[in-house]
Write a protein that binds this ligand. Structure first.
Ligand code: SAM
Ligand code: SF4
Length: 431
């Protein structure tokens, strides 16, 4: 979502004649868009600002703005502690960035812009063209969270759940397709909690599926609690909806899920996975895991490992619990570092083995790949298959934006390598 926000900030500031530069030394405004989900986020901000200071030593400093969730969480503390920072702007206030920049240029004293103005934000963004022309583009449809998992900072930094209207989403999606995007990844902290005037995510997906020229649709991140049957059915009915789901589970132990205030059991989680697998055999899954949450016993941890093996997640993102200031779990007794690290290591070793076995199993199979860009080597192209696996092929003709059938020949831990079949007459999967 920060990538989406950063791009939208660039779109907004074009109105006051600011353009993106790849050369930091020529910047007259420096914006650091931050994430606060795990530890050291604030330290990283000071470190990064220190780097900018060094670059501009002895020269006119740029306007320095900190946006995103660290700005929201730390607010005044950042500007008081680091005078080089001109202002902090929260994730629901960045639509005012042009006014903020001009007020700073006019020496205004206000430095903290962290109000929750989600409606005004999207009203403003709707008036500014989304200029992303990537083959695969992000589109925020929902923001914020009302679920308050005990470990998580999101409800405090992104604010309450908010869904954009179907019409504004469709209009932005059409802009992206016009710009050349072939795939849209719908974003939300709880994307499947999407609800606008009684319409759910499945209704929105039906409308997006109709857009001519749009070839693939994905959405992330979902919460098990909101995974209703209409969404499961959409995976059977909508051809453009990819058979891949990122569904964070956090722990394999229902007891820990209860402690975390996740509001679902492992049985309920398994039911969703099984329904999806039944309705669409090609469905694959990835997940997030928090290892060593306070109170996690060896037995709880073993349950997480069993779940990992049972579901065969093709990607698993695992992190040791990180106490976030202001969240209820921050006051709980932490598991000792050695145990936490040992568990994480065990978990990641198994997760990586599952991933490698899965990739090796794809050798000699055929995948439909949407190509996104040329890699440095002149005749190589990078794309993703339906399950979001990175794929690289050699080709003399330009593949960017094309969907081609690829025979997988080899792999490493992350990437599949293959050959296009049928040469230039590759099968096109018409929209
Ligand atoms: N809304 C999604 C859900 O409920 O599953 C997840 C969104 S959260 C922004 C992304 C991931 O960060 C979570 O799935 C969780 O695994 C991880 N995360 C959040 N807070 C964390 C913490 N305090 N310590 C470690 N990992 C954390
Ligand atoms: Fe954070 Fe997701 Fe829980 Fe919301 S549902 S509090 S975003 S982990």
């Amino acid at each position: 979502m920060n990538e989406y926000d950063s791009n939208r900030i660039v779109d907004l500031t074009k109105k006051i004649n600011f353009n993106l530069t790849k050369n930091i030394e020529e910047a007259n405004c420096y914006i650091l868009n931050t994430c606060h989900i795990r530890e050291k986020a604030t330290d990283k901000v000071y470190h990064e600002v220190g780097r900018v200071k060094k670059i501009f030593r002895g020269r006119k400093k740029p306007i320095v703005l900190i946006t995103g969730c660290v700005a929201q969480a730390e607010g005044d503390v950042l500007v008081k502690k680091e005078k080089y920072i001109d202002a902090v702007i929260g994730p629901q206030s960045y639509h005012s960035i042009n006014n903020i920049i001009s007020s700073l240029e006019n020496k205004s004293k206000k430095k903290n812009f962290t109000e929750f103005e989600t409606i005004e934000k999207f009203d403003t963004l709707n008036t500014v063209k989304n200029s992303s022309n990537k083959i695969s583009s992000y589109l925020t449809i929902q923001e914020g969270c009302d679920k308050f998992c005990k470990f998580c900072v999101v409800p405090y930094t992104r604010g309450p759940e908010y869904s954009r209207s179907i019409s504004e989403i469709i209009s932005e999606a059409k802009q992206l397709v016009q710009n050349g995007s072939k795939e849209i990844i719908l974003l939300g902290q709880n994307v499947n909690a999407y609800e606008f005037e009684g319409k759910r995510l499945s209704d929105l997906l039906i409308s997006l599926n109709e857009i001519k020229g749009l070839r693939r649709i994905r959405y992330t991140t979902s919460h098990p609690k909101d995974f209703t049957d209409d969404l499961i059915l959409a995976h059977n009915n909508l051809r453009k909806l990819m058979p891949m789901l990122h569904l964070p589970v956090q722990s394999g132990s229902t007891k820990i899920l209860k402690d975390m205030n996740r509001n679902h059991t492992i049985e309920e989680y398994m039911e969703i996975i099984n329904k999806l697998k039944t309705i669409k055999r090609s469905m694959k899954f990835s997940s997030d895991f928090i290892i060593a949450y306070p109170g996690e016993t060896n037995e709880d941890f073993e349950k997480t490992v069993s779940l990992l093996k049972d579901i065969n997640f093709i990607n698993s993102y695992s992190f040791i619990f990180s106490p976030r200031p202001g969240t209820p779990a921050a006051n709980l007794k932490e598991i000792d570092n050695l145990t936490a690290k040992r568990r994480l290591l065990i978990f990641q070793k198994i997760a990586e083995k599952i991933k490698k076995n899965y990739k090796v199993g794809l050798i000699n199979s055929y995948s439909k790949v949407l190509f996104e860009n040329k890699v440095k080597d002149e005749f190589k192209y990078f794309g993703r298959d339906e399950h979001y696996n990175p794929v690289i092929v050699s080709s003399k003709s330009n593949l960017v934006g094309k969907i081609r059938t690829v025979k997988i020949k080899k792999c490493n831990q992350n990437t599949l390598f293959g050959d296009i079949i049928f040469g230039n007459k590759a099968i096109e999967y018409a929209a």
